[in-house]
Design a protein around this ligand. Structure first.
Ligand code: ZN
Length: 333
């Protein structure tokens, strides 16, 4: 009945093409679904993940457009989240960030991890975390980053809280997390086997301003639920503690319940099924605009209204794949 860990993180961005270029291009994650924001179908919803968009690997964006107001990092928010990479790939990533002019920190250590902090083009605070556990997660071989170095999904989230005590209680007593230590004012909790995809850090930031939604801010974090039964049982347990949650909603690729935790962060529960191959085959994930049945009748109008986009580095990758092997190389292979 507990959560199995992180299902996805959803953030707000500005220009959709810039979001694609950074997350699909520089970070090399696979665009596993191109759809619209079901609550605002005039804007896109992009899902990035590993090769199949397995639960726990997914980062999604609502690109509000170039005129989007800027968000603000603060209390009551997932202020930072981290991506999982193999520990031996940290050098590769430092070079890749330098080559692409991405602002980043020096390599640091936290708990048993190596951490490289960076900002995406909208100012979103992201970390790359090198942890042995990444090696057990499938690599995406078809992207612009070689499989061995590829991002293996979400590692963890950091909640900034005015106080944090009530949040920790909810995570432990209702969501199934347990304490995994404390370091530098951060309380770490984990679920399941812990490690990548099952870690949440709670940082108390008393007196700090509240976070605000907008480009460069995280909108919510979703927790994995094994199935509908587990999700609805957890919803009951939330109600018993006086936490109001929404009805279960059909999000096409998973079924969701939303609620605010005591510190104000928007939480979602999301089922593992049916996943991203629900409406297109694995090899074609993310290539065309998918709409839920209730918006399909409006497709032509929606497609005209949405900004035109292209896959990052698509031309480059085709050129690399189609170029013949030079003769001098062939002699030595
Ligand atoms: Zn969500």
């Amino acid at each position: 009945m507990s959560t199995l860990g992180i299902h996805h993180v959803t953030a707000i961005s500005g220009d959709p093409q810039r979001t694609l270029d950074f997350w699909g291009g520089v970070l090399g994650m696979r665009l596993v679904k191109r759809t619209v924001n079901f609550d605002d179908p005039g804007t896109y919803h992009f899902y990035f993940g590993d090769g199949l968009g397995r639960p726990g690997t997914i980062v999604t964006f609502f690109p509000w457009g170039r005129e989007a107001r800027a968000g603000r990092q603060g209390a009551g928010q997932v202020a930072v989240f981290s991506l999982s990479v193999p520990p031996a790939s940290m050098g590769f990533w430092i070079q890749r960030l330098i080559a692409n002019n991405v602002a980043h920190s020096a390599l640091a250590r936290r708990f048993d991890e190596q951490v490289l902090a960076l900002r995406d083009p909208d100012g979103l605070a992201v970390e790359l975390v090198g942890h042995e556990g990444a090696l057990a997660r499938p690599a995406w071989e078809g992207g612009l980053v070689a499989g061995e170095h590829s991002v293996r999904g979400v590692h963890g989230v950091t909640l900034w809280e005015e106080d944090g005590a009530e949040t920790v209680r909810l995570l432990e007593e209702t969501l199934g997390f347990r304490s995994a230590g404390e370091e530098g004012g951060v309380r770490r909790l984990e679920t399941g086997e812990g490690g990548p995809g099952a870690t949440v850090d709670v940082r108390a930031v008393p007196g700090f301003w509240r976070g605000k939604d907008g480009a460069g801010a995280v909108h919510h974090v979703a927790w994995r639920m094994h199935d509908d039964e587990a999700e609805l049982a957890l919803r009951e347990r939330l109600a018993a503690r006086g936490v109001h949650a929404t009805e279960q909603l059909d999000r096409q690729y998973f079924r969701s319940v939303y609620f605010r935790e005591p510190g104000g962060v928007l939480f979602e529960l999301a089922t593992d099924a049916p996943g991203f191959t629900y409406d297109e085959p694995a090899e074609a994930l993310g290539e065309s605009l998918k709409l839920p049945p209730w918006l399909e009748a409006d497709r032509a109008r929606l497609e005209r209204a949405l900004p035109e986009i292209h896959m990052p580095g698509a031309g480059l990758r085709e050129a690399l794949l189609s170029s013949p092997i030079p003769d001098e190389t062939r002699d030595h292979t």
